[in-house]
Design a binder for this molecule. Structure first.
Ligand code: COA
Ligand code: AMP
Length: 616
C-alpha cells in the first residue's frame, strides 16, 4: 500500500477546516456542519459549530437498524468471573434506549450531568451511551479512586444521577463501591437526586437511603428514549484527570468533533474498519477506555472487547492471547506496563505460542513511553508491527503515531512516531523556537487543535489558560526530542505529574496529604523508576522539631492516609523520613535533583545547597 501519510498530513495542515469537513461526512448528522474550525471559545478550538448530531445514534442506532444489526458490537469477557457475553448492535440499542428512557423519566436531560462509578461491566457502557442519547453529560470516575476523590468530582460536576454497581473485582479483593459512594455523598456539598445501583452476584449491597434505587427497578416500565438532537459543540462528557494542583481537571469533550476524529482515527491510525474486532485493554475510567473501548469502534461499526481482568494473574499470562484467539481480535491496544507484566511472567513467550494469533495484525502501546526492551520483546514474540503512540486525556486521541491505516509502516523504537494529521506537533526551546537538533525541549501543538481534543475545562478553569501560550499554542507538559526525519520521542514531563502503570498522578496531590500529617513539617513526592509500572511515587518527609515517634509507624500512617484519600490507584507504598530537603534559595524543593538521585542518575550539585552531605 502506498504511504499516504505525508500527503494526508500536509492536507490537514494546509486547510484544517476543509480536511475535517470532508472527514465529517462519515458521520450521520441531523444538520450537517458548514463550518469547520472556529475560535469562539478561546484558547481551545471549537469544531463544526453549526452542526447538529447525536453520538449515540452514530455509535448504535445507525448500525442496529442497518445491515450490522446482528453483528457483535460489544463482547464482554470477564477474566474475574468467567462471564462471556456478546451483544449485537440490536441488543446494544435495546439496553441503551431503555436505560436512557429511565434516566429521562428520572429527570435527567440535555446538559445534566451523570456520574458513572462502575467496574468494567456492560452496564457501564450502556450508561455512557444512554447519556449520549439524551444529551446528558457523563463523567466516569475510575473505580480505583477513593471516596474523597469521588466527592471532589461530584462537587465539580454537580450530577443529577449517580450510577454505580455493588462491587468491582480485583485479584486480591472485592471492592465494595456502595460504601465509597455513600461516604463521597456524605462529604460532598452537592446532593444527587438518585443513586442507581447495579447488583452483581459476587456481592450484593444494601439500598439504604431513599435516594438509592436498584438498577432493575429503575428500568421497570421505562419507555425507550429517542436520540436528542445535540449541537456539535455541546459537551458529551467530562473526564477528570490529574492537574498539577490537588484539584482534578475536568476535561470537556464535545460531540461533533469527537465523533469525526475518532471515526477517522480508526481507519487512518489503527487500520480498523466496520466488522473488524478491536480490543483496547484499558479501563473505561480512563480516556483510552472512553475513546477506544466505547466510542471509536462503535462509531465505525466494528466490534469492541470489554475485558474485566488484568494482563497477568487472572488467571495467568496467557489470558490476553486467549481473548485474541477466541474473538479474532485484529488490533490490540494497551499500556507498555501490561506487556512488561506479561513478559515478566512469561519471558520465553510460551503462552503466546499456545494460542492461534493469526488474526492479530498490530499492537499499539500508549499511556507511557514504550521502552525499547518491551517493544523489541513484543515484536520478536508476535511478529507484527508494534507501535508506540502518544496522547493525553486533553487530546482525546493520538497526536503522535505511525498511521498504519494510511500505509505508513515506519516506526522507530523509542519514538512515539510522527504528528498525526490534524496535530501540528513541535518540540521547542525556552524561547518557543522549534528546533531539530535532537535536543530535548517542550512538546507543543500549534493551533488549531484537531477535532476531538478538549474544547474547555469544566467549571474549575484554573490552569486552563495556562495550558496555552499567548499565540494559542498548546503546551502539552511533556518534553522530548525530534530527529531529522520528524520522529518525536516523548521522554518526560515538565511538571510534577508522574505516570504510574499508565495512570497519570499528581505528586502535588500526594504531597498535600502527607503535609497534613500532624508530625510532618514538610515533604516532597517524586516519581522513581519502576521496572513494572514505569514510575512509582516515593514520599520524603521532614518531621516537626521535637517529634520522636517511631518513623516506621509514621510512614505507615502516611501510606494508609494516601490510600484512604486518593485510593489504591496511587500505588503509594514508600515514605521515608529525612533530616532535610534540598531547596533553592527561594525555598522551592529541588524535586528534579531528588528524582535523579533516587534513580541513580548523575545530577549537578545545586549551587544553593549549603550542606552537600544532605543529599547523600
Ligand atoms: N478498582 C479498585 N481498585 C483498583 C482498580 C479498580 N478499578 N484498578 C486497580 N486497583 C487497585 C489494585 O487492586 C491495586 O491495589 P493494591 O494496592 O491493593 O494491590 C492498586 O489499585 C494498583 O493497581 P494496578 O496499577 O492495577 O497494579 P497491580 O500491581 O494490581 O497490577 C499491572 C499491575 C501492570 C498488571 C496493572 O497496572 C495493569 O494492568 N496495568 C495496565 C494499565 C492500563 O491499562 N492503563 C491504561 C492506560 S492505556
Ligand atoms: P493521560 O492524560 O492520563 O492519558 O496521560 C497523558 C500523559 O501520559 C502524557 O502527557 C505523557 O506524559 C504520558 N504518555 C502517554 N502516552 C505516552 C507515550 N506513548 N510515550 C510517552 N509518554 C506518554
Amino acid at each position: 500500500m502506498k504511504n499516504k501519510y505525508p500527503a494526508t498530513y500536509a492536507a490537514a495542515a494546509a486547510d484544517p477546516s476543509a480536511f475535517w469537513l470532508e472527514a465529517a461526512k462519515s458521520i450521520d448528522w441531523i444538520k450537517s456542519p458548514s463550518k469547520g474550525v472556529s475560535l469562539s471559545n478561546p484558547p481551545a478550538a471549537q469544531w463544526f459549530e453549526d452542526g447538529v448530531c447525536n453520538t449515540c445514534f452514530n455509535a448504535v442506532d445507525r448500525h442496529a437498524t442497518g445491515e450490522r444489526g446482528d453483528q457483535p458490537a460489544l463482547i464482554y469477557h470477564s477474566a474475574m468471573t468467567g462471564a462471556r457475553v456478546t451483544y449485537s448492535y440490536k441488543d446494544l440499542l435495546r439496553h441503551v434506549a431503555s436505560l436512557a428512557g429511565a434516566m429521562k423519566r428520572a429527570g435527567a436531560g440535555k446538559g445534566d450531568r451523570v456520574v458513572i462509578y462502575m467496574p468494567m461491566i456492560p452496564e457501564a457502557v450502556f450508561a455512557m451511551l444512554a447519556c449520549a442519547r439524551i444529551g446528558a453529560v457523563h463523567s466516569v470516575v475510575f473505580g480505583g479512586f477513593a471516596a474523597a476523590e469521588l466527592a471532589k468530582r461530584i462537587d465539580d460536576a454537580a450530577p443529577k444521577l449517580l450510577l454505580t454497581a455493588s462491587c468491582g473485582l480485583e485479584p486480591s479483593r472485592i471492592v465494595e463501591y456502595k460504601p465509597l459512594v455513600d461516604a463521597a455523598l456524605e462529604t460532598a456539598s452537592h446532593t444527587v437526586d438518585k443513586v442507581i445501583l447495579f447488583q452483581r452476584p459476587e456481592l450484593r449491597a444494601p439500598l439504604q437511603s431513599p435516594r438509592d434505587i436498584a438498577w432493575d427497578a429503575f428500568l421497570e416500565n421505562a419507555s425507550d428514549a429517542h436520540c436528542e438532537p445535540i449541537a456539535a459543540t455541546d459537551p458529551l462528557y467530562i473526564l477528570y484527570t490529574s492537574g498539577t494542583t490537588g484539584a482534578p481537571k475536568g476535561v470537556v469533550r464535545d460531540n461533533g468533533g469527537h465523533m469525526t476524529a475518532l471515526a477517522w482515527s480508526m481507519g487512518a491510525v489503527y487500520n480498523i474498519h466496520a466488522g473488524d474486532v478491536f480490543w483496547a485493554a484499558s479501563d473505561i475510567g480512563w480516556v483510552v477506555g472512553h475513546s477506544y473501548i466505547v466510542y471509536a469502534p462503535l462509531l465505525i461499526g466494528a466490534t469492541t472487547v470489554l475485558y474485566e481482568g488484568k494482563p497477568v494473574g487472572t488467571p495467568d499470562a496467557g489470558e490476553f492471547w486467549r481473548v485474541i484467539n477466541q474473538y479474532n481480535v485484529k488490533t490490540l491496544f494497551t499500556a507498555p506496563t501490561a506487556f512488561r507484566a506479561i513478559k515478566g511472567q512469561d519471558p520465553s513467550g510460551g503462552w503466546i505460542e499456545r494460542s492461534d494469533l493469526r488474526s492479530l495484525k498490530a499492537l499499539f502501546l500508549a499511556g507511557e513511553r514504550a521502552d525499547p526492551d518491551t517493544v523489541n520483546w513484543a515484536r520478536d514474540k508476535l511478529n507484527i508491527p508494534v507501535i508506540d503512540h502518544w496522547w493525553q486525556t486533553e487530546l482525546g486521541w493520538p497526536a503522535l503515531a505511525t498511521c498504519l491505516g494510511l500505509g505508513d509502516q515506519e516506526a522507530r523504537i523509542g519514538s512515539a512516531g510522527k504528528p498525526v494529521p490534524g496535530f501540528r506537533v513541535d518540540v521547542v526551546d525556552e524561547a518557543g523556537a522549534g528546533f531539530n537538533a535532537e535536543k530535548t525541549g517542550e512538546i507543543v501543538i500549534r493551533p488549531p487543535l484537531a477535532p476531538g481534543a478538549f474544547t474547555s475545562l469544566w467549571r474549575n478553569k484554573s490552569g486552563y489558560e495556562r495550558n496555552f501560550d499567548i499565540n494559542q499554542i498548546y503546551k502539552t507538559g511533556d518534553a522530548g526530542h525530534i530527529d531529522e526525519n520528524g520522529f518525536i520521542s516523548v521522554m518526560s514531563r515538565t511538571d510534577d505529574l508522574i505516570n504510574v502503570a499508565g495512570h497519570r498522578l499528581s505528586t502535588g496531590m500526594i504531597e498535600q496529604i502527607i503535609a497534613d500529617h500532624p508530625d510532618v513539617a514538610e515533604c516532597a513526592v517524586i516519581g522513581v523508576k519502576d521496572d513494572l509500572k514505569g514510575q512509582r511515587p516515593v514520599g520524603l518527609y521532614v518531621l516537626n522539631a521535637g517529634v520522636n515517634r517511631d518513623e516506621q509507624a509514621i510512614s505507615e500512617e502516611i501510606i494508609a492516609q494516601v490510600r484512604e484519600e486518593i485510593g489504591p490507584v496511587a500505588a503509594f507504598k514508600s515514605a521515608f523520613s529525612v533530616s532535610k530537603l534540598p531547596k533553592t534559595r527561594s525555598g522551592k524543593v529541588l524535586r528534579a535533583t531528588l528524582r535523579k538521585i533516587a534513580n541513580g542518575e548523575p545530577y549537578p550539585m545545586p549551587p544553593t545547597i549549603e550542606d552537600p552531605g544532605a543529599l547523600d
